[in-house]
Design a protein around this ligand. Structure first.
Ligand code: GLU
Length: 293
């Protein structure tokens, strides 16, 4: 049985949601609901910089601004077996290799021929068993697992950005500390829950070719992407807590909704009202500059 199509919002609970994150959540909800999709909420709490109290507050804030979702909130820490099964499948297919590189090793390694700037240079890709044993002894830490890809770039179609081509290198699927990497968990969860529409901040646009590659490799359908503009502070930098009143607790529901609605060119003061005004073709293409005061 195939799952009914769905969109989602998938925050990492490392800090309270700010007005920019709330706006992205509203947009994800508008995209899903305006196309008759289910809407899922997934808290991406795998990383050790994430906290369940923050995740719970994020859920409460999203409910407070009127967003609704289908089914219980999902927490990625409950999905470890799901990720492990996929990692074992990729391992069995000869698609994974151990990587002993530190960030510094990667920065200092010569660029692989034909590889774009910023791609993993392939240092650990073709090590012999002896070389691997030696690297393991030298580094003294457990290796990360990388996906053996067979390309350098990939192209996705994005509802906001059009055709986007970016790096598809041998990216990490499990970190050395055992934590499943973002690119794998997101692809596996989206497929497992019927998500066929990915709406998120455009800071993640550059990750989408890697994710689409992995989805294809695993035989999953590739979702539709919409990477929406971020919210910036008055200096043009990514909005952050130090910019002043930016969280729902600080600015309150009414003002948050009014700011989000105005930033999208709407007059509604509720998310249901925004749904009536929503037109994906008329989305602002530029970052929203937010004055926190
Ligand atoms: N958890 C990611 C973040 O908060 C977003 C993941 C996604 O939407 O694919 O940046």
């Amino acid at each position: 049985m195939s799952l009914a199509p769905a969109g989602r919002f998938a925050p990492s609970p490392s800090a309270d949601l700010h007005i920019g994150n709330l706006r992205t959540a509203v947009l994800a909800w508008l995209f899903a609901r305006s196309t008759g999709r289910r809407f899922l909420l997934r808290v991406e709490d795998l990383d050790d910089r994430t906290f369940s109290e923050i995740g719970n507050r994020q859920v409460d804030d999203l409910a407070a601004i009127g967003l609704t979702w289908d089914g219980p909130v999902e927490w990625q820490t409950g999905h470890r077996e799901r990720y492990d099964a996929v990692i074992e499948q990729l391992r069995g297919d000869g698609r994974l290799y151990e990587c002993y590189c530190s960030r510094k090793d990667i920065a200092q390694a010569p660029q692989a021929p034909h590889a774009p700037q910023g791609a993993y240079p392939g240092t650990c890709r073709d090590l012999t068993d002896d070389e691997r044993a030696q690297r393991r002894a030298e580094t003294g830490r457990p290796p990360a697992l990388r996906l053996r890809t067979d390309t350098f770039v990939g192209t996705v179609t994005d509802l906001v950005h059009g055709s986007y081509t970016g790096i598809v290198d041998d990216f990490v699927v499990r970190r050395g500390d055992g934590v499943t990497a973002y690119n794998l968990s997101v692809v596996v969860d989206d497929a497992a829950t019927g998500i066929d529409q990915v709406v998120r901040g455009d800071d993640l646009l550059s990750s989408s070719p890697r994710q689409a590659y992995l989805a294809r490799l695993l035989g999953y359908p590739e979702p539709t992407y919409a990477h929406v503009p971020l919210v910036l502070n008055e200096d043009g930098a990514r909005l952050a807590k130090r910019d002043g009143a930016v969280t729902l607790g600080e600015i309150g529901v009414d003002r948050a909704l009014a700011e989000i609605s105005t930033s999208l060119g709407y007059t509604a003061t509720t998310v249901d009202g925004m749904l009536a005004e929503f037109d994906p073709a008329r989305l602002p293409r530029h970052p929203w500059i937010y004055r926190a005061n």
